[in-house]
Design a protein. Structure first.
Length: 146
């Protein structure tokens, strides 16, 4: 179990990364500044930099956290559903459930489009692999025949 200090640090890190994603979706990259992210997340610019060296890193963290949040959701679906049905349901849920569109597959694609348009690359290949393996494993447990 994480200490209170560690829990607070994780909450601050998540608040900053979520603020960056919200601003990106609302304002585009033109309106996405560290000052605005810090203000919206309730921290100073210095605190932002204690957690992330750049906005791209904060957006990357949001994507990793969002993918990681899908893992337990996938495991709640009934055994008879196909992979396609699970993905469709997750996508539809994000559209119809109040407040869930922010942490959705569609949001991940929007962030990816912005990153590609800026030709940014966040070099954390091992972190992406780690979270995607967890994601893949959740499907492998549900569909061992695949």
């Amino acid at each position: 179990m994480a200490s209170l200090r560690e829990s607070k640090k994780l909450a601050t890190r998540r608040a900053i990364s979520e603020a960056a994603a919200r601003i990106l979706l609302r304002e585009g990259f033109e309106g996405l500044t560290i000052v605005l992210v810090a203000k919206e997340s309730g921290v100073s610019v210095r605190t932002f930099h204690n957690y992330f060296p750049s906005i791209d890193e904060a957006l990357f963290q949001f994507c990793v956290d969002t993918i990681d949040d899908f893992v337990p959701v996938i495991e709640t679906y009934p055994k008879g559903m196909t992979i396609t049905e699970v993905f469709e349901d997750i996508a539809v849920e994000a559209i119809v459930k109040e407040g869930s569109e922010f942490r959705s597959i569609a949001t991940l694609f929007q962030i990816q489009e912005h990153m590609l348009a800026r030709k940014r690359f966040v070099p954390h290949h091992e972190e992406v692999i780690k979270v995607l393996v967890k994601f893949q494993d959740s499907f492998a447990r549900r569909y061992p025949e695949m």
